[in-house]
Design a protein around this ligand. Sequence first.
Ligand code: ADP
Ligand code: ASP
Ligand code: MG
Length: 416
Amino acid sequence: MHIFKFGGASVKDAEGVKNVVNVLQHKGYTNTLVVVSAMGKMTNAFEKVIKAYIEKDTELDTYIAEIKTYHTQIIGDLFADKNHAILFEIEHIFGLLKGFMLANRSTNYNFIYDQLVGFGELLSTKILSNYLNEIGIANQWLDVRQVIVTSDDYRDAKVDWEETKHRISNAIVKDQLYITQGFLGATKDNFTTTLGREGSDYTAAIFAYCLNAKDVTIWKDVPGVLNADPRAFSDTRLLTQISYKEAIEMAFYGASVIHPKTLKPLENLSIPLYVKSFIDLDAEGTQVKKGADVVPLTPCFVVKNEQIYLQISALDFSFMVEHNISNLFQLLDKYKLKVNLIQNSALSFRVCLEDKYTNFESFLEEIKEKYCVEYFKNVTLFTIRHFTNEALNSIEKDKEIVLKQISENTIQLIVK
Ligand code: ADP
Ligand code: ASP
Ligand code: MG
């Protein structure tokens, strides 16, 4: 089985959908499962809807209508029949969305978020699946929520691997083409969950692992994994091959080209991951597999913005050793703050973290009871793998460095 994943950028309009068909025709599509994200920036658009729904904003209906118009426009560009059945399917999906909003009594933000945000993936996969059928490419639309079973940690759901493997093996038969949604799962009670923003790559890896797939290809708007994000750096180089471990390090520190959770399931079964351009189908791209760290060996730059940097010391003048540190980590875990770097000295514990779930203010309130805290919001964490002095100088110059940490082949800098 081959697993393909197409992200939002690859299906942002009718041309994009037609290009997916092009990729499938070029590469072959029997025995293939295609994971698709929401079209373009639709997940952000749904986040706006969720906020408006929770805040009882009078613009709610306008935001929903904008999403509907976006999709119906794409349908209009793809299907000649102006009464095509896809329009009724889309209407039905919007009916389910409004039905949830009317019936819901929960005030749990994360729960509501997951029940609503995934409509983006339901819409994109319905459109692609119908279009493929329309042009004679038979395929099965698979509701991923029937097969990926997760915990009820809404917005950060954990996969129940045993149950998921069982369901996926039963649902997928050989020699077919499947179209399914990235990013989503469901609890055993059938409530929709999500795997975290940008989680569709991870969905591809979940299927690959459960099916022991031959390979996974994620189709991107870049030529592959580069030694830096081309949006932030000029003169980037294509990495033709990287190891799973290297990819994990780069993704974990912020190389948003691959979701960090994608790599481990693939590494465990030695399933190769190809990162390829959806524009230049025959270009080499990047292979992630066992072997050399990075080919060619070159410094790799990763940037993470919107970090918070804290310096914490104890109010009772005690040292920042085991007891205090373990207490702080319990609180970091409690408030779901993601730690990206730590450094410790006798009197001060320094940490760089990310506040994905907007819990920082509550965390701060609680730690201030016992600790003296100084912090800076909106700092940037630079990571350079396989650094050279020249690479380091290029980052350091003209910047105010708050902290620098060096290990064997990695340098990290926190910059104000
Ligand atoms: P998708 O459409 O699959 O969601 P993303 O936009 O999430 O794709 O990922 C592709 C983007 O990742 C690229 O456009 C690029 O700006 C960014 N990116 C960040 N780091 C890297 C890197 N090291 N190599 C290539 N692209 C990178
Ligand atoms: N649509 C989701 C997001 O934008 C998942 C993904 O694209 O990977 O976060
Ligand atoms: Mg993405």
